[in-house]
Design a protein. Structure first.
Lengths: 264, 200
């Protein structure tokens, strides 16, 4: 399903063939931008956090469905854990890679190598999703967090929102330039997710001067848990489920932003 | 911050990418939906959807481009208005609101006094001027984006809002412009539930 206006409008409107001079700068081809590196997105996921891991894996698959190159990288200590399916190529070309990283720097280096080696897999860009063990982000654990774009998955309940706030505080304290996005999961309505995001966004801005980016919501849906239990992609098992609609929407938001992050 | 240094103007594609990136902090409600989008006779650098579902033409220029780009922004507003409905049909999940007036944002390193004066005669927010400066941080190109429009509503709202503590409740937050993004509607979240109920 086309999700980006640029993906469909070239059927209806004239399209540039490469770059051309127009008198004011240059204009470039509509749609995809060839990148030298995929975007790297860190997602803090605990070692027993099966729900967040499943949501992250499904987001990677939905991002691949948009035509993007997607990979999931996690520390090799995850091998055999219930967090992930078997490493290797998965649905829609989404690849799970386990790397022998023992800290954030080595995890980032491995992610960077993947991001570069897969940069030209597709003209639609893509994302390397990185599972970060939360203890690796603790103050004093590393000199600086090299992963500049992170997604916090939080539920709408107050305790989880405050945990997300605390993590945001730690991350922005270590690196004021860090870019944090938030997806509210486990909600049953848009208004519930909106209220939760606005609360978290508000206190982060007021207390930390930190602007959070919203990456939509993921719904509390029985299909999610069925798919997690069966280790099957939600979007493929239940393509019309609300959970799938929500995953596609979050994937689209991530993909839109990833396209502006492709490294020079 | 010894690894931060000012940068000359990069090539156009990198500049556009850096500005697209920076827009998320500049205005979190803006979502870029297309690049190099052909309008009446020239390509809009970034086509975006604003927080109220309005379509936004974002033009990026270099020093001295502002006068010509202002003309193009005005032409974009004229060209985009009747097409919002078509865009909604083509991409219904982008959160477009066809009744919202299109607006434009013009990004240049600086603006001539005539350009600023011309924009002031237009309805508020129809064209926003933003200056940019490029810098390189840890090898990564970045831009500083600053609006020159004093009546930017978001800035006014933030300045007027009282501080809030983490211990404050959800309902105590005063109304403010939301940065929450989704292309979903309540119908997207209910269709399957309704189908299940029917099947049950």
């Amino acid at each position: 399903m086309p999700r980006d206006l640029a993906d469909v409008l070239h059927y209806f409107l004239p399209e540039f063939d490469g770059e051309r001079e127009t008198g004011i700068g240059r204009e470039v081809q509509l749609g995809g931008v060839e990148a030298r590196s995929l975007a790297i997105l860190g997602i803090p996921i605990g070692e027993r956090d099966v729900v967040r891991a499943a949501l992250a894996w499904n987001l990677a698959i939905e991002t691949a469905r948009l035509g993007a190159a997607t990979l999931m990288i996690a520390p090799a200590s995850d091998a055999g854990s219930p967090l992930w399916p078997e490493p290797g190529m998965g649905p829609l070309g989404t690849e799970l890679v386990l790397c022998p990283a023992t800290d954030l720097e080595s995890l980032y280096l491995a992610a960077t190598e993947l991001a570069k080696s897969h940069a030209n897999d597709t003209k639609m860009g893509g994302i390397v999703f990185v599972r970060i063990p939360p203890p690796w982000l603790a103050v004093g654990r590393t000199k600086a967090n090299p992963i500049r774009w992170l997604l916090l998955l939080t539920s709408a309940n107050r305790r989880d929102l405050h945990e997300a706030y605390d993590l945001a505080k730690t991350l922005s304290g270590a690196d004021p330039a860090v870019e944090l996005g938030v997806t509210i999961h486990g909600v049953s309505s848009i208004s519930e997710a909106r209220a939760a995001f606005e609360y978290l966004s508000r206190i982060s801005e007021e207390q930390l001067g930190l602007v959070l980016s919203s990456y939509g919501l993921l719904v509390d849906d029985l299909d999610v848990y069925r798919a997690i239990a069966a280790q099957r992609p939600i979007g493929l098992a239940h393509p019309q489920a609300p959970a799938t609609h929500a995953l596609m929407d979050v994937a689209r938001l991530l993909h839109e932003d990833a396209r502006s992050r492709a490294c020079d | 911050m010894t690894d931060l240094e000012w940068e000359g103007l990069p090539e156009r594609l990198s500049l556009r990418r850096a500005i697209r990136h920076r827009l998320r902090r500049f205005d979190p409600t803006i979502r870029v939906i297309a690049e190099g989008f052909l309008a009446e006779a020239s390509a809009i650098d970034l086509l975006a959807v604003g927080g109220e579902g309005e379509i936004i033409s974002i033009r990026i220029g270099r020093s001295g481009d502002d006068g010509a780009l202002l003309t193009r922004c005005l032409a974009d507003l004229h060209w985009l208005q009747p097409r919002s409905v078509d865009f909604l049909k083509l991409a219904p999940r982008l959160g477009l609101e066809p009744s919202a007036e299109p607006r434009a944002m013009l990004c240049c390193p600086e603006f001539a006094a005539e350009t600023r004066a011309a924009v002031e005669t237009l309805p508020a927010r129809s064209i926003e001027l933003a200056t940019y400066r490029c810098l390189r941080q840890q090898g990564q190109l970045s831009v500083l984006l600053e609006t020159t429009s004093p009546s930017r509503p978001q800035a006014v709202e933030r300045a007027a809002a009282p501080p809030l503590r983490p211990s404050d409740g959800l309902r105590q937050a005063p109304p403010r412009r939301s940065g929450f993004r989704t292309g979903l509607s309540d119908a997207d979240l209910n269709i399957a539930f309704e189908e299940e109920k029917i099947l049950d």
